[in-house]
Design a protein around this ligand. Structure first.
Ligand SMILES: [Zn+2]
Length: 532
């Protein structure tokens, strides 16, 4: 059992993480992520493999100029190719040229690999590891030795695997990292084998786990429990195949559940934003179900859950979400009870006189709208308008009384759409037309054109996202569609929904809600400014 409270965090998002399918980072993106990881307090940042591609070489050139406050930069590479030519090995030279304070170097620890892919005898492989580590160590660098395929190699031949670790130790490695490169080991094996290795080695031991059996985080925690003091992983678990151990889960588990100290533990309230930042630069939609940092991690839908967390959030939350920079969400759906409505009313600062009676009636209304195809999970602005209307605190600011859309497809492939609208605001009617690259675009432009005279601020609104979902697919073109529109004004974003048999009508409903919501918010803030 490991009593040492300190665990070193080694991030390989920029190296193993970029080996994920469909992920590519520019050199500048890598620099940005390096700075973010440094700010977060990561101990080591593995920036890339300078011997494998010119992009990583260029990254290290740029990274030399960075002033890092907390992290040590680390270049990654393999042992030399020939035990007789270690000093002149191109890969080792490139590692040194990166001028990083730390170097991670991997060597073969499974005979299958040393024999089959390198064609080396056991003694030659051992010699190669020893000499490569020794050569780099003699240049004054901190050496992190990655024992590639260690757990598979150990299961194949314990003596061979241990001999290779001993070679790295004798070479002067500062830490020996046991790698579950193929990601197929189970937590109990990792615990037992790590514990055994600690008895045989005098240098600190680390863990590098892949997620092929969905065990990377569990295996990492087990290795720490057995005595490992250095943990490798990536932000959001990006990595080769099924990924690496996810540091967004490893760090809070070590800190909050196992009582360990890590350098980033003090910045854990930045974890959720770090996770989103990396997703953003990797052009990946955030995983809403991610533990700790996902949007769903503290989202409550079932009525009983919501009524309990209103009393005490510990009833359905394993930690306080703010500790990892996340927050509680409550969503409204046909599974909702009155508690969800009360929670939302509280969140919106609304007072309800007879809240039980109101909630009952309003839940009934939501349920029948959801039956028709509406969904308010992703359309909080429409939900707010609906609730305010039910409380007699909101009436739409305008009414569209006439809509005509013309769409033209020319034989040359040009598409053209024109929308004509009549919009009533108070006693006045505005008659407008606008064209666009499609019917929804034309509609959106015509609607704003009609309203801008009355509400000039709506000029700032822009459409961020537009999603269409066919609801009952079996009916073919008679099926209903649900349109979700996300709008923004440069400061805030809000989402609205519309449902109809007709895609244009559903879009118009969602656009109406979006503009009404913005006008309502403006008026509320003006009233607030007048009274305060
Ligand atoms: Zn790996």
């Amino acid at each position: 059992m490991n009593k040492n409270p300190y665990v070193e965090i080694f991030d390989t998002t920029l190296r193993d993480g970029t080996q994920s399918e469909a992920i590519s980072l520019s050199i500048q993106d890598k620099v940005y992520i390096t700075q973010k990881l440094d700010e977060f307090g990561i101990d080591f940042i593995e920036g890339g493999w300078p011997g494998s591609n010119p992009k990583d070489e260029e990254y290290f050139e740029k990274a030399k100029k960075l002033t890092l406050k907390n992290s040590k930069l680390c270049a990654f590479g393999s042992t030399a190719r020939d035990p007789k030519k270690v000093e002149t090995d191109n890969n080792l030279q490139k590692l040194l040229k990166s001028e990083t304070p730390a170097i991670s170097i991997f060597g073969k620890t499974w005979r299958l690999h040393s024999q089959k892919s390198l064609g080396l005898s056991d003694e030659e492989n051992e010699d190669l590891i020893f000499k490569s580590v020794r050569f780099l160590k003699d240049q004054g660098r901190q050496i992190i030795y990655d024992a590639e395929h260690f757990f598979d190699g150990y299961k194949d031949d314990q003596d061979f695997a241990l001999k290779m670790l001993k070679a790295a130790e004798a070479g002067g490695a500062d830490v020996i990292v046991l790698c579950d490169t193929n990601g197929g080991s189970l937590p109990d094996e990792v615990y037992k084998i790590t514990e055994k290795m600690l008895k045989n080695l005098s240098v600190p031991v680390g863990i590098h786990a892949h997620n092929d059996g969905e065990m990377a985080v569990a295996n990492t925690l087990q290795a720490v429990l057995a005595g490992a003091v250095h943990v490798q992983g990536t932000i959001n678990g990006f990595g080769e195949r099924c990924g690496n151990a996810n540091l967004c889960s490893v760090i809070p588990n070590l800190t909050l559940k196992m009582g360990k100290k890590t350098a980033p533990s003090r910045n854990m309230q930045k974890l959720t934003s770090l996770s989103h930042y990396v997703d953003e630069l990797m052009n990946q939609a955030p995983n809403t179900r991610a533990a700790f940092v996902g949007k769903s991690a503290f989202t409550h839908k079932g009525g009983i859950h919501v009524s309990s967390i209103l009393k005490d959030n510990r009833m359905y939350e394993h930690i306080d979400p703010s500790v990892v920079g996340n927050r509680q969400h409550v969503i409204i759906s046909d599974l909702s009870g009155g508690s969800n409505i009360r929670y939302k009313a509280q969140e919106l600062g609304l007072k309800m006189e007879d809240d039980k009676e109101f909630s009952k009636k309003f839940v009934g209304q939501i349920k029948s709208l959801e039956y028709e195809g509406f969904q308010f999970d992703g359309a909080e602005a429409s939900f707010e308008l609906l609730m305010l209307a039910e409380l007699n605190e909101y009436e739409p600011f305008f009414e569209v009384t006439y809509t005509k859309i013309n769409v033209l497809f020319s034989p040359e492939g040009h598409k053209y759409a024109e929308a004509v609208l009549k919009v009533k605001v108070g006693d006045e009617t505005e008659h407008t037309a606008a064209d666009g690259n499609g019917p929804v675009n034309a509609l959106d432009k015509a609607l704003r054109k009609a309203l801008v005279r009355f509400y000039p601020e709506i000029r700032d609104i822009h459409l961020i996202d537009y999603k269409v979902r066919v609801l009952n697919e079996r009916n073919g073109t008679a099926a209903k569609v649900r349109v979700l529109v996300e709008s923004g004004d440069g400061e805030k974003m809000w989402s609205t929904v519309g449902v109809s048999h007709d895609i244009i009508e559903a879009s118009l409903q969602a656009l109406n809600d979006s503009l009404n919501y913005k006008i309502l918010k403006l008026q509320k803030s003006e009233n607030h400014a007048l009274t305060s």
